[in-house]
Design a binder for this molecule. Structure first.
Ligand code: HEM
Length: 435
């Protein structure tokens, strides 16, 4: 029998988990009104979701050694094996130290030029009045950015489509499989088969890139060189190297694509904000990519995009008994945290459902900025945060300089599954910037 948390009274319970599928964002963000820690029954699992920032800080920062990754990671471990994104403890510290140089400030400066070139090429490929599908356009730019910056590899169109498909299959299979009852998660259902097959293909793709670099020689000082150096010093297997490469490739693609797609959606819905952004961009003249931080409204707009469209659920599991908010949770308790719930908590952000870049004009003070953690916090926070931010700034800057985005039709947009709930397909009409 499952041990339950002990404490003063009972924790609030929200069940049954199917409600979560109908409107996952409303469901998760609504939990903040129910309690600081809420027991949620998701299909056959019980997860204690933390909605309070200070408690979350205790879990992720102050007492992080008391937790391992938990539910969502059990599933993706089938794909990512022994890699950074699923590792804990000492193994995690070692892997983080190994991969960190690929995300160093000095590397980012050189990546920025690649990102700008890719975004400019995309913006130049569109024609006035063209109907584009924004998610696939953003997906291809994001994949190209990661492959060119981290692997010094320029993918052709076929490769971009191939990797896009694999990433979508892994994302969907990871989420669905994590909440299925254990027996169903291992059955050869289409979602499970596609998930495992996509993982195998992505590992093989990365292994081939590693083998080609080893055979071709020539240093590029990129992620592949970092991995090959480590293999020479510490005799890691090629499977180990490929697992790290897959982690970086996959880890960056889905959240960046979803965020950029939401940014274009918000622009298409808010012509007055798009026009303010465009005025700022054209008024600033030519800017080096690393100076895009100077564009105040662009950064406020992006802050608001990532606040409103934050990761919905991450998991941890207690490895020892843990005290939180007066309750003792036994070892083995599944804990969840929702950045979406923190970022839409009305006690922190007034009128949290309103999209308002101006709420960031005084962001230097108050709890607002302390509680704003779009890339999470603690030693397992996003390793790609600066890379991601630069890609968001650069891509938006390039496409905004040339194009206006107009919605097509009024139909319901299909949902995309992933850590950040997204739009599956976003049709937009592009019109040249007037004046
Ligand atoms: C807007 C874009 C992005 C968002 C919102 C985002 C968000 C996050 C969050 C919230 C986590 C922590 C998950 C947890 O607590 O379990 C995370 C981890 C991670 N992210 Fe990102 N991410 C983004 C882009 C990227 C990029 C571009 C890369 C790589 C190129 C990347 C690679 C990773 C990796 C490897 C981890 C695991 C880190 C570790 O465990 O030490 N992410 N990300």
């Amino acid at each position: 029998m499952r041990e339950v948390p002990r404490g003063p009274g009972r924790l609030p319970v929200v069940g049954h988990g199917w409600e979560m599928w109908r409107d996952p964002v409303q469901f998760m963000t609504g939990l903040a009104r129910v309690g600081k820690i809420v027991r949620v029954d998701i299909v056959s699992r019980v997860v204690y979701v933390i909605t309070d920032f200070e408690l979350l800080h205790k879990v992720l920062v102050e007492n992080s050694d008391a937790y391992e990754r938990g539910l969502l990671f059990e599933r993706i471990r089938l794909i990512f094996r022994e890699s950074l994104i699923v590792a804990d403890g000492e193994q995690h510290r070692d892997l983080r130290r190994l991969l960190q140089p690929a995300f160093h400030r000095t590397e980012l400066d050189s990546y920025a030029h690649t990102m700008k070139r890719n975004a400019d090429a995309l913006a130049s490929s569109w024609r006035p009045g063209q109907n584009i599908e924004a998610r696939s356009a953003m997906l291809e730019v994001v994949i190209a950015n990661v492959l060119e910056c981290m692997f010094s590899h320029e993918p052709d169109t076929g490769e971009l489509r191939f990797i896009s498909g694999l990433v979508e299959d892994i994302g969907a299979g990871a989420l669905v499989g994590s909440v299925l009852p254990e027996k169903l998660a291992s059955l050869p259902l289409p979602v499970n088969r596609k998930f495992l097959s996509a993982g195998t293909q992505l590992r093989k793709y990365c292994q081939d890139l590693i083998a080609a670099r080893r055979a071709g020689g020539g240093r590029r000082n990129d992620l592949l060189d970092i991995l090959l150096d480590a293999s020479a010093d510490e005799h890691h297997s090629d499977e180990f190297l490929a697992a790290q490469a897959v982690t970086v490739l996959f880890g960056g693609i889905d959240p960046s694509t979803t965020t950029l797609t939401w940014a274009l959606y918000e622009l298409s819905q808010r012509p007055e904000m798009a026009s303010t952004l465009r005025q700022e961009v054209s008024g600033a003249g030519e800017l080096a990519p690393r100076d895009l931080g100077q564009l105040d409204y662009l950064n406020r707009f992006l802050n608001e995009v990532v606040r409103v469209h934050s990761p919905l659920l991450q998991t941890r599991r207690t490895v020892t008994a843990v005290d939180l908010d007066g309750f003792t949770f036994p070892a083995g308790t599944d804990i969840g945290y929702s950045l979406a719930a923190v970022h839409r908590n009305p006690d922190i952000f007034a009128e949290p459902d309103t999209f308002d870049p101006d709420r960031w004009s005084d962001s230097s003070s108050g709890s607002k900025s302390r509680c704003f953690v779009p890339f999470s916090m603690g030693n397992q926070m996003c390793i790609g945060n600066n890379f991601a931010w630069m890609a968001l700034q650069t891509t938006l800057h390039s496409v905004l300089s040339k194009w206006e985005f107009h919605p097509i039709g009024t139909g319901k947009l299909p949902r995309a599954m992933g850590p950040i709930p997204g739009i599956g397909k976003l049709p937009l009409e592009v019109r040249p910037v007037s004046g």
